[in-house]
Write a protein that binds this ligand. Sequence first.
Ligand code: C5P
Length: 404
Amino acid sequence: MNSLSNKRIIIGITGGIAAYKSAEILRRLQDQGAIVKVVMTPGAEEFIRPLTLQALSGSPVHTGLLDEKAEAGMGHIELARWADLLLIAPASADFIATMVHGKADSLLGAIYLATSALVSVAPAMNQAMWCHPATLDNINTLVKRDVDIIGPGNGIQACGDTGPGRMEQPELLIEQLANRFTSGKLQGKKIVITAGPTREALDPVRYISNHSSGKMGYALAAAAIEAGAYVTLITGPVNIAPPARCAVISISSAEDMLDAAMLEAKDAHIFIATAAVADYKAVSVEAEKIKSTQKTLTLTLEKNPDILSSVSSAYQQLFVVGFAAESRDVQAYAQDKLQRKNLDVIIANDISRQDIGFNSDENEVSWIDKDSSTLLRKRNKTQLARDLIEKIATAYRSEQLSDA
Ligand code: C5P
């Protein structure tokens, strides 16, 4: 699988003759398995018809900020949250200035301000405009904000001039975009992730479980692989496919998850526990199906082992990350778990909110370590997973340096 596969990409097209090349970029991204949506500025529509891009992308092209119909479907905030990457190609000198000043007077400008996705910009303009100190200053400002600048290329321009300012060739542009998803920050590290629910049998047909979808753990596994790690995913039963290039151990009960975790964590560098482990299991599992003739039924349950605590106390060198799903006093309970379970980091979310968490595609979490607490605002779980893996990799590295 290549690193653009299944990535959600918005191509933002601004006004310039190179806009016709955006159609080819769109096709190439789709060939790589990316899911692409198109946003055009009014200037872009002077150079290429939205209909062309709509036909190629297979979904409506987004053009206006104040279009009631469009906002009722997927508005600028939804688009901003949906994307893993915002590519502005071609980016005119004017739009680059718009980004620098944070102007939200166009749909594309508003998406740039609202998104937490990666942002890449492929400038295209006359060589004198590119070389003007105003443009070069603007580019430097964007670079400082972690915007990736692609190109521009050098050569004969549509206006007859020769020099820098041509939009980068689509194949080179796609190559640079793909690199954005392979940071290499966890190159060669082994990461073990627990995910999904556990099932605690009561009899041959019934069990106790919970609603965990596994989405967060699976998204973290994909992001860790992108960052160069070897990932072992220890997973309870879920309805989603694991990422490619990932070792998968499927388990059912908490006891099985514990055995697998203890074994796999032995030579791991980082352990991340996203699993929603059932707190209790039946003291004894009935060999025969429990009859439903009785009016009431009493089950005797006992506490399941705490997988996270067992792993963190057995392997002191391991960098250990836990999750805390809380319905109140989120910070206080999470801080308590950080210490009690001997963790490096705990990632806490508020499950009393309907719009995030369990079974949702979006989440908002607090990153809590010994020294700080940081809120990662609501974003899709894929993007959140990348941001978390980035933070985990940085924290892991600085711990290694301080131990050395
Ligand atoms: O105590 P609580 O269940 O809220 O702790 C949540 C964290 O502990 C999660 O990271 C979860 O995966 C982990 N956990 C575990 N084994 C348990 C219970 C929780 O690994 N039995």
